[in-house]
Design a protein around this ligand. Structure first.
Ligand SMILES: NC(=O)c1ccc[n+]([C@@H]2O[C@H](COP(=O)([O-])OP(=O)(O)OC[C@H]3O[C@@H](n4cnc5c(N)ncnc54)[C@H](O)[C@@H]3O)[C@@H](O)[C@H]2O)c1
Length: 443
């Protein structure tokens, strides 16, 4: 049973993050009511099927079908629950800031429902927002539409997640930290207890005012992207230094506690729905208030240049237009079907546009890839098929199942391995090039 003094929770927005949160809350013993505007997602969830690709989610939904229900209507949802998490999209606008359009709609609906509620309710925003949004936008909307006072009649918290797609459930159960921005101590205390019930590892809970939590959320991702761009810079330097090997360097420097080993891997650049845009938003926020974020700007530039760097390496290996290039992996990272800002996808696109015959394969992201790549590439029916039909194989996204490919398939082929992923067997039978490792031996 929940340790928190709250038993019924509503979750608004059942997408990649919200549905995982709803299922995790149900697993922790809460009675969960999901609200989702997409009817097809609602009916899938109520049939016990996950409409979202995420390892472990299907099982959680099935196991908790009695505690997790979904609806497309807000009516009665707020009055029948004690707390509401809002996990709707906050897409980036042209300037790089996050739009509050969906948050506005969701909060207005919640506010109207709150108007009739007789007792206290906690509203929690999980979606990533720009600094200043909670005090300047979310609190006023809720107060206006409900006619109630924040901090007295209802509590408001900002509780962003630091999860990685493909690892969301574990990330929610065992986070490194829980970040809470709070309207007042009562709201923060209640949310701390809910989080304490979900988490299995008793993480540190950092509680603060809204503005600092909002800044902390985007600065964490901006910092991590800086580390990734640094590792990619190191990979490029290593490739060009006779004897250079990026893994030996990152392994050594990662042992220093001031650096740490996480996200220090010279490979393709970062992508996905969070890292690129959170870093851009961080730089945007700085320039908006007259501060400088030169590191964030440089990080972004370094990241953009990685696609051409890897395409350049491929062009140095494969002849145009005769050689066929196979790209293994298209999602922005393994264990997800998301192709948003995926550098693997960009590499395949650039190679196709550059005059190569390109064949691609991904275990989960073929549908998403087709929307972007159209008929500029061929879609292999399997990883084996992709390798067989290629002269050069580019390992772009390191899906674990590619490890099972028979090394004989690679015999006589060229391989460009962006992640130092393949072992000796593949290296020995192919003409093997690795990102981050010099072709020329050291002295
Ligand atoms: N996906 C991630 O890895 C991740 C990580 C950290 C933070 N976030 C943040 O979480 C938020 C949600 O991201 P996501 O990836 O889950 O998005 P998503 O697009 O996968 O899901 C959002 C869901 O909200 C629904 N929705 C939109 N408006 C609604 C409304 N008014 N009422 C009810 N439902 C509504 C959509 O139909 C959709 O199913 C964003 O702010 C994002 O930046 C996402």
């Amino acid at each position: 049973m929940p340790k928190a003094n709250v038993h019924r929770i509503s979750v608004v927005g059942l997408g990649k993050l919200g549905l995982c949160l709803a299922a995790t809350l149900a697993e922790a013993g809460f009675q969960v009511q999901g609200v989702e505007v997409d009817e097809s997602k609602v009916s899938a969830i109520n049939r016990g099927v996950s409409p979202v690709y995420e390892p472990g989610l299907d099982e959680l939904i099935k196991n908790n079908s009695k505690r997790l229900r979904a609806t497309s209507r807000y009516e009665g949802t707020i009055s029948s629950t004690d707390a509401t998490f809002v996990v709707v999209p906050t897409p980036s606008d042209k300037s790089g800031a996050f739009s509050l359009e969906f948050v506005n709609r969701a909060m207005s609906e919640i506010g109207r429902e709150l108007a009739d509620k007789k007792c206290y309710h906690l509203v929690v925003l999980t979606s990533t927002v720009m600094p200043g949004s909670m005090d300047g936008f979310v609190r006023p909307i809720l107060e206006k539409t409900s006619g109630k006072v924040c901090g007295k009649d209802f509590g408001l918290c900002y509780n962003p997640e630091f999860i990685a797609l493909g690892d969301v459930i574990r990330g929610m159960l065992e986070p490194d930290l829980v970040l809470i921005g709070e309207s007042d101590a009562k709201a923060g205390e209640l949310l701390s207890r809910i989080q304490d019930t979900i988490c299995t590892n008793s993480p540190p809970i950092e509680r603060m005012e809204f503005v600092n939590a909002e800044l902390a959320k985007i600065s964490l991702n901006s910092f991590v992207t800086m580390k990734m761009s640094f590792a990619n810079t190191l990979a490029e330097i290593s490739e060009k230094m006779p004897g250079g090997d990026v893994d030996k360097i990152t392994k050594a420097i990662g042992r220093d506690k001031r650096v740490g080993p996480a996200y220090l891997r010279g490979a393709t650049g970062y992508g996905g729905p969070c890292f690129p845009r959170d870093n851009i938003a961080f730089a945007h926020q700085a320039s908006k208030i007259g501060a400088q974020a030169l590191l964030a700007e440089a990080t972004h530039k370094v990241n953009l240049s990685q696609v051409q760097r890897i395409v350049g390496l491929a062009e140095g290996i494969a002849r145009k237009p005769t050689d066929r290039v196979g790209v293994l992996g298209l999602s922005y990272k393994p264990m997800t079907n998301v192709v948003e800002q995926s550098q693997s996808l960009m590499i395949a696109k650039r190679l196709g546009e550059g005059g190569y015959k390109v064949s691609v394969f991904d275990p989960a992201a073929m549908e998403g890839a087709k929307q972007v790549l159209g008929d500029s590439v061929q879609y292999a029916s399997s990883a084996e098929d992709c390798v067989r039909s290629s002269d050069l194989v580019v390992l772009a996204t390191p899906w674990p199942e590619f490890q099972k490919l028979n090394a004989r398939l690679f015999k006589g082929k060229a391989v460009l391995d962006c992640w130092r992923f393949f072992g000796e067997q593949v290296r020995n039978v192919s003409s093997y090039t690795s990102v981050g490792i010099a072709k020329e031996p050291g002295a």
